[in-house]
Write a protein that binds this ligand. Structure first.
Ligand SMILES: Nc1ncnc2c1ncn2[C@@H]1O[C@H](COP(=O)(O)OP(=O)(O)OP(=O)(O)O)[C@@H](O)[C@H]1O
Ligand SMILES: [Mg+2]
Length: 399
């Protein structure tokens, strides 16, 4: 997981540093800068992948504007400044992405350090997995314990173990780069979800939901049987949902999804995605996104509550927290719906809530909300209620 992010000079962000958990929810007024924070991280992802052309930025969910407006347009800020995003460590340049643009017509974003970084990464990239290293270490330890060897040999074996630990450390140092590479800002749209067949530039899932049918077809194959059945379990949050299958009956249209409604006539129980409701398609998208190693490890969903009933928002969050823990996903969500917060458990350090606001100069600020202790004798207040009563912040001033 990525623990810490430092952003400088991106749109409404002058300088911002925050520590992330596994599930991170951002709330705040319209225009506070929630999406700008996600975009800055997506920009680091594009830099890590060395794909900084505008078309790639757009397909990651970044609203690309004139290059000077990609930096803060506040008084006194130089529109030539670098945009900088650092992951986890301030002291090492290994995960520092600094982007420049000379603001001339058709100019491009460049990351002057990209080549050097790639060389370092290539050198450090080791195709050995941790289990293998553990096996060798265990083997050496057994070997040493047999008492048959001279001090000299034991010393050499100890050195070997130290080197193995070094290798593990180097591999770990590379992880933030690997996590950020796949970072996208998902913002599913019903049109993309319904015209299921459309596939996007980014696989397996595009930011608006493109590619979902293909992903489901893959997941319905024998190899992913467990994932597909888990997906169906997750969908039980909808009371009417009975079953789901992918069929391949139409040679022209190819695969199609069929969904079963418990309440329908026996011989008409299965219907296609065109007859299903919007909420279902959104849930299907989210659960698929969280349930497989085919999708990114670290990503964002902007406005997660779109099209969902408040009570379902709470259930959705509980399920996403469970899936994120199980499948080792790290995610940043934004929402305007208080009900989403009720699915968060702030006693768990992996689940975090942040309020985003603008300071007196207009710059974006971020504050982590910790759980308020309930005074003795009072009933605990739900987070949704605290949000609506203004206790958490992030609400516009009264009219
Ligand atoms: N170059 C810039 N310099 C300073 N501020 C900017 C710049 N570009 C955009 N902004 C500000 O950032 C705001 C948009 O922020 P953002 O889209 O992140 O808000 P948000 O919190 O996601 O809002 P919503 O909840 O409506 O989606 C704009 O309204 C604008 O005021
Ligand atoms: Mg937004």
């Amino acid at each position: 997981m990525i623990k810490k992010i430092h952003i400088e000079n991106y749109k409404s962000i002058d300088t911002l540093e925050f520590e992330l958990g596994r599930i991170n929810v951002l709330i705040g007024e319209n225009g506070a800068g929630k999406s700008n924070i996600l975009e800055a991280i997506a920009l680091a992802g594009a830099a890590a992948k060395d794909k900084l052309d505008n078309e790639f930025l757009v397909s990651r969910g970044i609203r690309v504007t004139r290059p000077d407006y990609m930096r803060p347009a506040f008084p006194g800020f130089n529109p030539m400044n670098k945009i900088s995003i650092a992951l986890d460590s301030n002291t090492s340049d290994l995960h520092l992405y600094e982007l420049e643009n000379n603001n001339t017509p058709y100019s491009k974003w460049v990351d002057p350090a990209a080549e050097t970084r790639k060389k370092i990464h290539d050198k450090m990239k080791l195709e050995i997995n941790d289990d293998y290293i553990d096996d060798i270490e265990g083997f050496i330890k057994n070997f040493k314990d047999t008492d048959k060897y001279s001090i000299n040999i034991i010393e050499k074996l100890n050195l070997l173990i130290t080197s193995l630990h070094e290798i593990k450390k180097i591999k770990n140092d590379l992880l933030p780069h690997q996590y950020i590479e796949g970072f996208l800002i998902f913002s599913p749209e019903v049109s993309a979800l319904r015209t299921f067949q459309r596939e996007g530039q980014i696989e397996p899932l595009g930011i608006n939901g493109e590619g979902l049918l293909k992903l489901l077809s893959v997941l319905s194959s024998h190899e992913y049987a467990e994932t597909f059945s888990e997906l169906k379990d997750s969908l039980q949050v909808l009371g009417w949902f009975g079953d789901m299958r992918i069929t391949n009956t139409d040679p022209i249209e190819g695969n199609r999804i069929e969904i079963k409604d418990r309440y329908l006539e026996k011989d008409q129980q299965y219907f296609g995605q065109l007859s299903t409701n919007e909420g279902f398609l959104f849930l299907l998208f989210y659960f698929a996104l969280f349930s497989t190693e085919l999708t990114p490890k670290f990503f964002a969903i902007d406005n997660i509550d779109a099209s969902l009933n408040p009570k379902l928002c709470e259930k959705l969050m509980l399920e996403l927290v469970r899936l994120a823990q199980k499948h080792d996903k790290q995610v940043i969500l934004t929402t305007h719906n208080p009900a989403i917060l009720d699915g968060l458990n702030l006693d768990d350090d992996e689940q975090r809530l942040f309020v985003i606001s603008r300071n007196a100069n207009g710059a974006t600020r971020m504050k982590r909300i910790s759980k308020r202790k309930t005074p003795v004798g009072e009933r605990p207040t739900r987070l949704s209620e605290m949000f609506l009563r203004g206790i958490l912040g992030g609400l516009p001033k009264e009219f």
